[in-house]
Ligand binder design. Structure first.
Ligand SMILES: Nc1ncnc2c1ncn2[C@@H]1O[C@H](COP(=O)(O)OP(=O)(O)O)[C@@H](O)[C@H]1O
Ligand SMILES: [Mg+2]
Length: 474
């Protein structure tokens, strides 16, 4: 399986860190910007209202001394100078015919201005304009007689906002500094937090590795999170299954060794007793050698059965499915087994309710049915019967193998499909079998995606039912 490269960037830790950093750093930056902006706005509007107040007072004095008609008052002039110095700005006094009467810079006196703000102010509007880029505020203040309420002129003031700009700059610099500290803190905290949050998952990995190194340890338990509990639960289930598989494999190996050893031991005893005696009569030789031959046959049968079982344990893809006439196949199987049945005068009957064609692997299907029929003959009474019947519906075909034999005790019914299991070891041994036949039959049926069921009554007989789908779907 191609292994996905695990880098820090696709780890949960990285994601936790990224989220915390974004959530911690971005909002603090936005807030800092907003605070500085509102400070700037407030400073500018404060400055404007201050200047406007002072100018209002001055304008009243202008009107009082009739400065617009006769700009000769030294006092007024002095005040204009002071005001423009205080705010480091320029003040223009303009009469209602747009003529500049006074310019504190002394540059444009006598000239005419036709600026939009001035016109709007003469119409009674007050205007102010903050030019951030060139760092100045321009505002207009109407000059009018407080009693007659008549517009006599305009005072146009432009003042520098250089110091507001420099305090904003200072604020920005300080802000950036604090922001940098916050950013570093957030990165450090998120690094540590991600470590702590991910720790339970590392615990799981460690526990699994420990178990992989050796099997001894019991279940793993990491209850820190719901998720880790789910993972460990699932893992423990898998582990238990593996333990069961391992146990059954070990049991199988020990069973196999035992079963293979038994005939060997018998042969050894038989042979030893012949070797140990002198002048053994010929008949005894004959008898012992016959016994030895029987044991060899038995050993052979066990090995053959084991080989079939091992073959059936392979993948389902090893099935060589063909479309076959099942009735013909059953007939063939019964024909092969008839000689054994005849020995004990057991009737072998085939009942086909309809011709059936289905997809089966001939060898494996034959193995399954042969084993069932063989059992029916073996565990039968003399002069009994074994009835094999075939039926089908639109989806499955059914093979029933019924016999008139000794039956199987209820408590054994569940176990007869286990490998090497035999109901009654002593009489089964006398009948001769390996205990593998039904395992072979069941494995073969399962490979065809079918089922194998049994029902039995002691002293009356047993019926095995095989159900296999008509068409094989891999
Ligand atoms: N038709 C049957 N009637 C009675 N007992 C049966 C029948 N088929 C199987 N058994 C019991 O189930 C056991 C397991 O069968 P099987 O796996 O075929 O092994 P064996 O090699 O002993 O035949 C048999 O030993 C026998 O005790
Ligand atoms: Mg058998």
């Amino acid at each position: 399986m191609p292994k996905k490269k695990s880098t820090f960037f696709n780890s949960v830790r990285f994601r936790i860190m990224a989220i915390m950093i974004v959530l911690g750093i971005v909002p603090s930056l936005v807030i800092a910007k907003a605070v500085i902006h509102s400070y700037e706005k407030r400073a500018v509007s404060l400055r404007i209202s201050n200047v406007r107040n002072q100018c209002d007072i001055l304008c009243n004095q202008l009107v009082g001394v009739g400065y617009l008609e006769n700009p000769s008052s030294k006092v007024i002039e002095r005040q204009l100078e002071v005001l423009s110095n205080v705010y480091s700005g320029r003040i223009l006094v303009i009469n209602h015919s747009f003529k500049i009467i006074k310019d504190t810079y002394g540059l444009d006196e006598g000239k005419t201005v036709i600026a939009a703000d001035v016109i709007r102010c003469l119409q009674g509007e007050v205007t102010s304009d903050y030019n951030k880029k060139n760092k100045y505020i321009e505002l207009t203040v109407p000059i009018k007689d407080p009693e007659q309420q008549e517009q006599q002129g305009v005072m146009l003031i432009s003042i520098s906002t250089g110091e507001i700009a420099s305090s904003v700059e200072l604020l920005e610099r300080n802000g950036m500094f604090f922001w940098a500290i916050i950013a570093v803190a957030v990165v450090l905290i998120s690094y540590m937090a991600s470590r702590v949050l991910v720790k339970p998952f590392n615990k799981i990995t460690k526990a699994i590795e420990e178990i992989t190194d050796g099997y001894q340890k019991e279940d793993i338990l990491v209850e820190d999170y719901t998720e880790t509990e789910l993972i460990t639960d699932a893992f423990n289930k898998m582990l238990n299954r593996m333990k069961i598989l391992d146990e059954s494999r070990q049991e199988f190996v020990s069973n196999v060794s035992h079963e293979l050893k038994t005939p060997m031991t018998s042969m050894k005893v038989l042979a030893d007793s012949l070797v140990g005696q002198q002048g053994v009569p010929e008949e005894l030789y004959q008898e012992f050698l016959q016994d030895i031959t029987m044991e060899i046959d038995r050993e052979n049968k066990i090995i053959t059965d084991l080989l079939s079982l091992v073959k059936l344990d392979k993948k389902a893809s090893d099935l060589r499915v063909e479309h076959l006439h099942i009735d013909d196949l059953l007939e063939l199987i019964l024909k092969r087994l008839r000689p054994i049945a005849d020995k004990r005068n057991i009737d072998l009957i085939l009942d086909c309710f309809r011709p059936v064609e289905a997809d089966v692997d001939e060898v494996k299907f034959t193995l399954a049915i042969s084993n069932l029929v063989e059992n029916g003959i073996k565990y039968n009474v003399d002069d009994g019967w074994v009835r094999v019947s075939l039926d089908a519906d639109h989806k499955y075909f059914y093979v029933m193998v019924a016999d008139s034999g000794m039956g199987i005790p209820e408590e054994s019914l569940e176990r007869i499909f286990e490998r090497f299991y035999r109901v009654d070891k002593s009489h089964s041994r006398e009948i001769g079998g390996t205990g593998l036949g039904l395992s072979i039959a069941r494995s073969s049926v399962l490979m065809h995606h079918g089922t194998l069921n049994v029902s039995s009554k002691e002293e009356e007989g047993t019926t095995f039912t095989v159900r296999i789908p008509l068409s094989y779907i891999p």
